[in-house]
Design a protein around this ligand. Structure first.
Ligand SMILES: Cc1cc2nc3c(=O)[nH]c(=O)nc-3n(C[C@H](O)[C@H](O)[C@H](O)COP(=O)(O)OP(=O)(O)OC[C@H]3O[C@@H](n4cnc5c(N)ncnc54)[C@H](O)[C@@H]3O)c2cc1C
Length: 297
């Protein structure tokens, strides 16, 4: 690895100032991805690295007027341990649990995971299914955009060179929205997704119909994508296993998988149909359980 200058930020404002002062600099959070990158391609080594891991204002998990806010520095292990997230969005805990092994989850952050923007990014599908927004800080102040628009290509995001991902917000309207995540890899642990899928929906308590359906696919396109044909089919339809299965079949139409050494495109398409169906059925089961508990929605 080549030598570089190293600065530590005390909070997000300080990080933005350091990024501006030492441009072009690379950010390090947990370092699980960045360090491997610097070791494998020393020619891309930055002159300066800004360490944000001690920026405590980016470590919060809280519900406020905007919704559920998760700081970019929250680790996958912290997501798994959070009572709040477990109760509101077990799908986020399930997604975190599939990432790497304990060591990777203890160091790796949610923000770092999203910024890597690989097509198989495991925290992406559930958050997109919940219409999450990202807050970005830069020299001009803060801006917010849907996570779905944050991913612009493989390993490319909407972040500018001098910007920082500060937090991820699941909007108030989606708090407690039933959602489910599933991932298929070549092994149970330490495996990248061949396909990962998250679905979310509300089920009308009286008519048993689905609304605000989101079906989000990973590892079958250059970025995480919504299966809009399938979403449209299920919107307003009765929440039955048959309709979930048909939505799964339609989700395949939105997928653009490639064949590689890990799986063929055809196999990935089969996985999309099966995982989409199962995530939808599981979200419907959650919705019914909420109804039984006398929940509002
Ligand atoms: C053995 C191993 C297994 C893995 N398994 C999985 C897996 O199963 N699924 C999966 O999705 N990923 C996996 N990963 C990838 C990686 O661990 C995760 O993506 C992790 O969450 C990255 O977070 P980090 O904090 O370590 O990021 P870092 O390595 O610190 O940074 C990653 C990138 O994001 C940038 N960055 C980090 N934080 C910010 C921020 N707040 N604002 C702007 N830019 C930022 C950095 O500059 C860098 O470009 C694995 C990695 C390893 C080493």
């Amino acid at each position: 690895m080549r030598a570089f200058e190293y600065f530590t930020a005390t909070d997000s404002k300080h990080a933005v100032a350091l990024l501006a002062e030492h441009a072009p600099a690379r950010i390090i959070a947990g370092g699980t991805d960045l360090l491997a990158d610097l070791k494998s391609s020393p020619s891309h080594a930055p002159k300066t690295v800004v360490d944000i891991s001690r920026a405590t204002d980016m470590r919060k998990i809280e519900v406020n007027a905007r919704g559920l806010c998760i700081g970019a520095l929250v680790t996958h292990s912290e997501i798994m341990a959070s009572k709040l997230i477990k109760e509101m969005f077990p799908a986020l805990v399930d997604a975190a649990h599939t990432i790497g092994a304990v060591q990777t989850r203890n160091l790796g952050t949610l923000g770092g995971n999203l910024v890597t923007a690989v097509p198989s990014v495991d925290s992406g599908p559930t958050l997109v299914a919940l219409d999450a927004q990202v807050t970005i800080a830069g020299p001009a102040g803060k801006r917010s955009l849907p996570l779905a628009e944050f991913f612009v290509g493989p390993r490319r995001t909407a972040l500018k060179q001098d910007e920082l991902l500060v937090e991820i917000v699941i909007p108030t309207a989606n708090l407690d929205k039933p959602a489910h995540f599933l991932k298929m890899g070549l092994r149970k642990g330490q495996a990248l997704a061949l396909v990962n899928v998250a679905s979310s929906l509300w089920v009308d308590a009286k008519k048993n119909t689905c609304r605000d359906v989101r079906i989000v696919l990973g590892a079958v396109a250059p970025t995480v994508i919504r299966a809009k044909t399938a979403e449209k089919f299920l919107e307003g339809r009765v929440a039955t296993p048959e309709n979930c299965a048909e939505a799964g079949r339609l989700a395949v139409e939105d997928a653009r998988p490639i064949s590689d050494m890990r799986a063929s495109a055809e196999y990935r398409k089969d996985l999309v149909a099966v995982l989409a169906k199962r995530t939808l059925e599981a979200a419907c089961v959650q919705a019914r359980a909420m109804k039984q508990k006398g929940a509002r929605k």
